[in-house]
Every structure is written in structure tokens, then in C-alpha cells.
Write a protein that binds this ligand. Structure first.
Ligand code: GLA
Length: 683
């Protein structure tokens, strides 16, 4: 039976398959005494916690030597949790290898591209491709499954932890061997590899597989296709490792769903989650906010993409923070209300679990300044009071939301991991390109217009979307181009941007000028890229300001409408933004530069008006409020998130408030607040 995208939610605390909103945290009892454990479960009950992620960094305490095991403390914790009605998402405990293992087998340690070893002393110091690591880790996973597979508290398996957080790129000998195997599988012959990598350039021709290496520190730019393939390989190697653990768990405990926590957030690019999402029984994500003007938009975008990876089905928020983290240059705490607002924005985008790192703030170790559900200050604190109130909201006010799916939007924004990888490399027309940021900027523009957009991976079906934004789609194989062309010819409106359609899957430039296989569809052809220096800008004749990039482009189809032209610089008078209407009512728009937020919002407004896409929010709420909708059988749940620091009147919005408003009083959305309305379906 295929499990692809099955949403297999863990059993509820009462043992039933009833849907519920899970609430909890990573729980690390090994850092505390038994007296503290007793207080922990008491406070968990007070806070409405019904699930914990347990044993994540417990390898050294469970397997104390090659053949010595100590499960007694974990047995006790599992029983204690169960006795208190708290379920367990149990880690296989393989995330961080113990000192006895790395001392006996230093050959499991990862190696950087400059040849330095990543020594033990932190965490995740293991090579994804090490056969020795794998043997030991799988033995532990098996022991965990045998010991706890039938424990009544167990509701899900949590493989390792944030696979690839620190060890995604390993350049060791093990990696070199595995990379060659991966390349043989991809290319079959050396001739095919030599062609794909363009090794005629710089005398890089290979005559033996053994000559091939990971892209270690080289005299100049490493071969670009080698770099791209190494990224593909590195994502695949960790996914392969995940599968190895998962297969043991499925064999021994077929009744328990298996997940691993993704890191869908702006700065993490290494794992191609569009592929990984097919391999888990339910999608889980960790997310941490970054301070800055797009803080909340980025949270929404990442949650939205996680929902896209889960194909709209409910997913698990495995970790986020109650307040400050410890790993940013300045770790700013959350203001009153932000804890709840941030959590509920994930729920708005389909999370059926709200979990944090971690339950109790550590007294020692690298993360002792990272917030938790129980802070250093103890339960008599604002954080714990907000934690307890959110537990009530999830358990009572929003209980009926559990299990509902995200309602599709009419617009989709595409994220493509391969394009992301290709533009973050060296030896490009310009450095500083950021596929994810470009997509996020479009998303912010749509939020400013009060228009919902789904963020989806590039392999997602596009049927049903009126408009698709595909920003910086740099790697464009013919089949993806065909897919987009069929979409437009079927009546869809496609918008794509600069540096799209430039290369194929081998990172070979499409001949004839970009956007390669989309030239005809767009009716334009880029003759030369014209990136702009940092700080430089060009004027467009519609009053917008162009930065980062411009294109010297030619219109090749007379039916193309020029929406804006360059009005300064040597491209002055030439088209900057174009649209071609397709015979079936669809259209293809090309934006050849980067626009600031105000100008991108103005352009999006014009485009969406042309495409007939409108906001579902009353005019005065647009920009200030994000609307996200989850759809149940007889009702929809409208999550209204305040994007501002001021209260917003919701007068005029119909629907029964489930949370965030007094059920009878004035409909005012507080600053940094969330309101959820139940709206009967079809109204
Ligand atoms: C990640 C890890 C956790 C913890 C948090 C801190 O999400 O999985 O173990 O380190 O970061 O933000």
C-alpha cells in the first residue's frame, strides 16, 4: 500500500483515532532529577499538554557502551507520561552519537569542504553516508522499536532530529564513495556524466569513476553541475538514511506512524522537502522566526509551504519557540500575545499540532538561554500563563478545527528547490540572488492586498489555480516547461521573473536566450542579462524602481503587451514587464527585474485585477489582516491574524467567533492577536 501523503495522525490521548489539536514540546527529562519529572507532568496537565517529543538526544543515556543499555529511566518516564494522559512522539534517539562511539570510530565524523573534521562536542557529528554510523544507529532504532513499540503512550516515531541541520554537506571519503554510486545511478555511463557536467571545459574530462570527488575546496569555481549534483546527492543521502530507519520501524511497529521534523524556513535550503514529503507518514515542521520587517510574513509563508508539502492535509508543528531563541546575533523575546499569534498562524495553515522546543528551559548546555514552555522564572511567569491559555484555546475553543484541511486559494506561488540551489551558487551573473526571498516578496505583496496565495512545491498539480507565480525558476527542464505551457494554454495566468528558464536539469544554458522553453509562451527573448550593482537602481516608466537585476529583452510576438518599460540607463525605452495573452484565455507575464515592496504590490494589484482575482476581505482589513481558511464538512474556519501592532475593527465580518473575541462584544482584533470565526460552508 502506498503511504504517499497519507495523513496518519497519531492516536489521541484517550487512545482513540479522534482528531485533536496536539499540544506539547520536546521533553528532555535526562537533564533533570526525578522530583522535577513529577512537577513536569503536573504542569503539563495544567498547561493542557497532551504530547511530548521524547528521547531526541538520549543516545548516550540509553546505550552506555557498545553492549550496555539502560532503558530503566526511559521506561519510568514513558509510564509517568502515560499515567498522566500524555502521549509520546518517541525519537529513535539517533540524532547525536555518544562519546564511546566517536572515540572508537572517529571515521564516522563529517569532513568539511576544506578537509577539516567536525569533532564531537556539539551534536549531529556524523556522516550521512557512514556505514559504521548507520550500523550503530540502526541497531539503536531497532532496540527502541522493540522496547517501546507496544507502549501505550507511544503514538508516533520521530526519526533522528532535523536531519541535515548541521551535517547536510559532508566531503569525507565515505561521501566521495557514495557520491560516485549516486552518479553512476543517475548517469549510467561516464560519457553521460562528462556531457552533463560539461567537462570539456577547463580540462575536467573523467576517464574513471574513481577520479570523481565531491566539490572540495578547489583553486577556482568548482564545476557548477558537480555542485548542483552534490546538493541533490546530499539531500538524497540523508533521505536514504531516513528510509533505513523508517523501514526498521515499519517492520517492527507497522501500527505506528513515522515522521521526521523538517526545517521549512527561509535560511535552510539543503533538503529537498518536495521529495522528502512523499516519504513520511505525516509532515512535521520546525520553524523559528527571524526578526525583521517580514518576520510574520515569513512565518506564514513557511507554514503555507509546509501545508503545500502536505498537499493541504493537516501537519505537525514539531518545534517553534515560546519566546527568544539562543542562536541569533540578538535573541529578542516575543511581545505579549506573539506566542499565541505565532502558534495559531501555523494552525491557520493546517498544523494540527503546536509543539515547542522545549518543555523546560535548560539550566546548562548550549541552549540554556533558549526559551521554553516553563522558563527559568518558573510557572509564575507571563510565558507560562500564555502557554496555559493557548493550551485552553487549542483544547477547547478550537477543538473542532482538528483534522480540517486548508481551503485552496486561487493563486499559487511556486518554490523550486533545484532553482534555489542553482542561484545560491558561485559564478553567476550576480551573487546575492535568493529564490526563496523573491517568492516571499511576492507573497508579502499578496498579503498586502489581502489576497490568499498557496505556496506549493514545483511538482504540485496546478489545476484549479487561476494564477501561478513562478519566480526565479532558473532550472527549467523541458517537462516542467511543458507543464507550465499546458497550464497557460488551459486558461491559467502564469507570472515568471528574471533569471527564469535559463538552464536545463544539467545546468546547461538553453540556447537562444532565456526563458528558454518559455520564450514562445511569454513572447519575449532575453538577449543579455544586465544585473545591477548593489545600491544601484533604474526607473521604470510606471514610476516603479528596479533594483538587483534588469534584462535586455526583445519582444518576439507582436501580440505581447508591454506593461512597463525601463526609463533610465542604457535599457531606457526597452520593455521591463510584459504580458502575452494565450488563445485559451490564459496569459504569460514576465517581470525582468526586482521591485521593492510597494511597487511589487502595485504591480500585483494590476495583474490580479486583470486575472479577476479579488480579496475575500473587506477593503479596510486588507494589508492589516491575514485571512487563512481551513475547511470542515459543514463550516469553514476563518483565521484572522493581525499583522500590525494596533487593534483592528472586524465590524462587518460575519461568522461566529470561536476564539479571540468575546462571543457577544465588539468585534475587535487585538494588536498581535488572532480571531477564529466559524463560517457556515457556502455562505
Ligand atoms: C532545533 C533543534 C532543537 C533545538 C532548537 C533550538 O529546532 O531541533 O533541538 O536546538 O533548534 O532553536
Amino acid at each position: 500500500m502506498s503511504r504517499t501523503h497519507a495523513y496518519n495522525q497519531p492516536r489521541g490521548p484517550d487512545g482513540s483515532a479522534r482528531r485533536y489539536l496536539a499540544y506539547g514540546a520536546d521533553y528532555n527529562p535526562e537533564q533533570w532529577s526525578r522530583e522535577v519529572w513529577a512537577e513536569d507532568v503536573r504542569l503539563m496537565r495544567e498547561a493542557g499538554v497532551n504530547i511530548v517529543n521524547l528521547g531526541i538526544f538520549s543516545w548516550a543515556r540509553i546505550q552506555t557502551g557498545p553492549n550496555t543499555w539502560d532503558f530503566t529511566w526511559l521506561d519510568e518516564v514513558m509510564d509517568l507520561l502515560h499515567d498522566n494522559g500524555i502521549t509520546v512522539d518517541l525519537a529513535t534517539a539517533t540524532a547525536s552519537p555518544p562519546a564511546w562511539l566517536t572515540t572508537a570510530h572517529p571515521e564516522i565524523l563529517p569532513v568539511t569542504h576544506t578537509g577539516e573534521t567536525l569533532w564531537p562536542g556539539a551534536r549531529q557529528h556524523w556522516r550521512p553516508t557512514s556505514p559504521v554510523f548507520r550500523e550503530h544507529a540502526l541497531r539503536l532504532a531497532e532496540a527502541m522499536a522493540e522496547r517501546y513499540g507496544n507502549h501505550p503512550a507511544l503514538v508516533a516515531w520521530h526519526v533522528s532530529n532535523e536531519l541535515g541541520c548541521h551535517n547536510i554537506y559532508d566531503y569525507s571519503e565515505d561521501a566521495a564513495t557514495a557520491f560516485r554510486g549516486w552518479l553512476r545511478h543517475r548517469y549510467g555511463t561516464l560519457d553521460a556524466l562528462n556531457h552533463a557536467w560539461g567537462t570539456a571545459f577547463w580540462s575536467q574530462h573523467y576517464t574513471d569513476w574513481e577520479q570523481i570527488l565531491p566539490p572540495r575546496l578547489a583553486a577556482s569555481h568548482a564545476n557548477p553541475t558537480q555542485q548542483l549534483d552534490f546538493k541533490r546527492f546530499s539531500s538524497d543521502a540523508l533521505l536514504e538514511y531516513f528510509r533505513a530507519e523508517r523501514e526498521i520501524l515499519r517492520r517492527l511497529t507497522p501500527h505506528v506512524p513515522v515522521t521526521t521534523n523538517f526545517m521549512v524556513m527561509g535560511h535552510i535550503t539543503g533538503m529537498n522537502y518536495a521529495e522528502w514529503a512523499h516519504e513520511v507518514d505525516f509532515v512535521s515542521n520546525d520553524h523559528y522566526v527571524h526578526p525583521g520587517p517580514q518576520r510574520l510574513d515569513e512565518l506564514s509563508f513557511s507554514a503555507n509551504l509546509t501545508s503545500g508539502l502536505a498537499r493541504g492535509r493537516p501537519w505537525y508543528l514539531m518545534e517553534h519557540s515560546t519566546s527568544a531563541v539562543n542562536w541569533q546575533p540578538v535573541n529578542v523575546p516575543k511581545a505579549p500575545g506573539e506566542l499565541s499569534r505565532d502558534s495559531l498562524l501555523h494552525v491557520a495553515h493546517g498544523a494540527d499540532a503546536v509543539c515547542y522546543f522545549q518543555w523546560r528551559q535548560s539550566a546548562a548546555g548550549a541552549e540554556k538561554y533558549h526559551s521554553a514552555m516553563v522558563p527559568h522564572a518558573g510557572a509564575d511567569s507571563r510565558v507560562f500563563r500564555e502557554v496555559t491559555e493557548l493550551g485552553r484555546v487549542l483544547g477547547e475553543d478550537l477543538a473542532e478545527v482538528a483534522g480540517t484541511e486548508r481551503r485552496r486559494s486561487r493563486t499559487a506561488i511556486i518554490i523550486d528547490w533545484e532553482s534555489r540551489w542553482a542561484v545560491e551558487r558561485d559564478s553567476l551573473p550576480r551573487s546575492g540572488l535568493d529564490h526563496h526571498q523573491e517568492a516571499l516578496d511576492w507573497y508579502s505583496a499578496f498579503l498586502d492586498l489581502g489576497v490568499r496565495a498557496d505556496v506549493v512545491p514545483s511538482d504540485a498539480p496546478l489545476e484549479g489555480y487561476d494564477t501561478v507565480i513562478a519566480p526565479m525558476l532558473n532550472v527549467l527542464p523541458q517537462d516542467v516547461a511543458d507543464h507550465l505551457t499546458a497550464y497557460v494554454n488551459g486558461g491559467g495566468h502564469l507570472v515568471t521573473t528574471y533569471f527564469s528558464g535559463v538552464v536545463d536539469q544539467n545546468d546547461h544554458v538553453h540556447p537562444g536566450g532565456s526563458p528558454g522553453p518559455l520564450r514562445e509562451l511569454l513572447g519575449i527573448r532575453v538577449e543579455e542579462f544586465a544585473p545591477l550593482l548593489d545600491g544601484a537602481s533604474l526607473a521604470l516608466d510606471d514610476g516603479s524602481v528596479a533594483t538587483l537585476w534588469s534584462d535586455d529583452l526583445a519582444v518576439i510576438d507582436p501580440s505581447v503587451t508591454v506593461l512597463a518599460s525601463y526609463a533610465s540607463g542604457h535599457l531606457s525605452g526597452q520593455p521591463a514587464i510584459t504580458r502575452r495573452s494565450a488563445p485559451g484565455g490564459g496569459s504569460a507575464t514576465y517581470v525582468s527585474t526586482h521591485l521593492n515592496r510597494k511597487d511589487l504590490t502595485a504591480l500585483s494589484k494590476k495583474l490580479l485585477e486583470t486575472f479577476g482575482v479579488h480579496s475575500e476581505l473587506p477593503e479596510d482589513l486588507r494589508e492589516r489582516v491575514e485571512l487563512t481558511v481551513r475547511a470542515g464538512e459543514s463550516a469553514e474556519y476563518w483565521f484572522l491574524t493581525n499583522r500590525t501592532e494596533e487593534s483592528v475593527s472586524l465590524a462587518g465580518l460575519a461568522g461566529e467567533p470561536l476564539t479571540g473575541l468575546s462571543k457577544t462584544g465588539e468585534h475587535t482584533l487585538p494588536a498581535r492577536g488572532t480571531v477564529v470565526l466559524r463560517v457556515p460552508s457556502g455562505s
